[in-house]
Design a protein. Structure first.
Length: 249
């Protein structure tokens, strides 16, 4: 049986992957943990990259495919760099290697700190509603938005604030200069409505030795939420999708 570890994005939990897991063939064993600061792992400390990589190393089998969305994709890149002998393949959805410019990273860290403080002052219902209105998350179908909102309510504001401080874009080092080290197959999945991350995916593909970009035309940033069957097909049939290089969604 093939194993796949699925890492969720900021404000989500492992439950966000349920539609993808349901669409996978039975030969797959899917592991979708709650990352520190989120859901059932909301009270775990420290919330740091090293701690989360340790959690993944303990949870995962000796060899596995690793998929991640947004924050989870950034963490997946770090995991692949840290344990290349164990990660067989990467599937990154709406993800980036971080910010290469130190000044941009400092500015983002300051912005993340302001947002973390705002989260701590908010109730989870209020924050979840405001977060869903972020432009990059706009345009999803009402039923998808409702599922995402319910998932966000599984977390607490203090946990999400710790996750933003410890795992946010401003907190983690850039991996742009290390992409050439990742020789494993990498599938870069982006939505047709997500222009920002389509451009990032193209830049990443240029730096990775073995990568292809897959555009799911009808989706936005959270492709696995909007088009779970397309993501499941890509996981289950990597060769066919590598040859085609896109999904209609």
């Amino acid at each position: 049986m093939a194993s796949i570890v699925l890492l969720h994005g900021f404000t989500h939990t492992g439950a966000s992957w349920e539609p993808v897991v349901a669409a996978l063939p039975e030969r797959y064993r899917a592991l979708a943990p709650d990352l520190r600061g989120h859901g059932s792992a909301g009270s775990l400390e420290p919330v740091s990259l090293a701690a989360v990589l340790g959690d993944i190393a303990t949870l995962a089998p000796a060899r596995f495919t690793l998929a991640g969305y947004s924050m989870g994709g950034r963490i997946a890149l770090h995991a692949a760099a840290a344990m290349p002998e164990r990660v067989e393949r990467l599937i990154l959805i709406g993800a980036s290697p971080g910010l290469a410019d130190p000044g941009e990273r400092r500015a983002r860290r300051a912005a993340d700190e302001r947002l973390a403080a705002d989260i701590e002052r908010s109730g989870i219902e209020d924050f979840a509603t405001r977060w869903a209105a972020t432009p990059v998350l706009a345009g999803v179908a009402p039923e998808v938005a409702a599922r995402a909102h319910a998932d966000r309510l599984r977390s607490r504001p203090d946990g999400l604030a710790r996750a933003l401080r410890g795992l946010g874009t401003g907190a983690l080092p850039s991996l742009w200069d290390r992409l050439g080290e990742l020789e494993l197959p990498v599938e870069l999945v982006v939505g047709g409505r997500d222009a920002k991350f389509r451009a990032i995916a193209q830049s990443m593909a240029a730096g990775l030795p073995n990568a292809r970009v897959h555009v799911v035309a009808a989706a936005g940033h959270a492709v696995h939420l909007e088009a779970p069957a397309a993501v499941a097909r890509l996981i289950a049939a990597p060769q066919a999708d590598h040859e085609r290089g896109d999904e209609g969604g």
